[in-house]
Ligand binder design. Structure first.
Ligand code: SF4
Length: 52
């Protein structure tokens, strides 16, 4: 999940120290981000929307 798309997600709360605060499933979680070396964009490592 790209950070730009994550920011538009209804579960997105904020980005703090490169951890996304996400309320997916009703509980606050910190999601680690990483930089994609190919595109230079930040992405979410373990977005629950992608774990299906
Ligand atoms: S980590 Fe996934 S579920 Fe959570 S706010 Fe970002 S896009 Fe939405």
């Amino acid at each position: 999940m790209k950070l730009e798309d994550c920011k538009k997600c209804k579960n997105h709360v904020e980005l703090r120290n490169y951890q996304v605060q996400c309320v997916y499933g009703g509980a606050m979680n910190s999601m680690a981000t990483t930089i994609d070396e190919k595109t230079g964009e930040y992405k979410i490592l373990a977005c629950p929307l992608e774990k299906k």
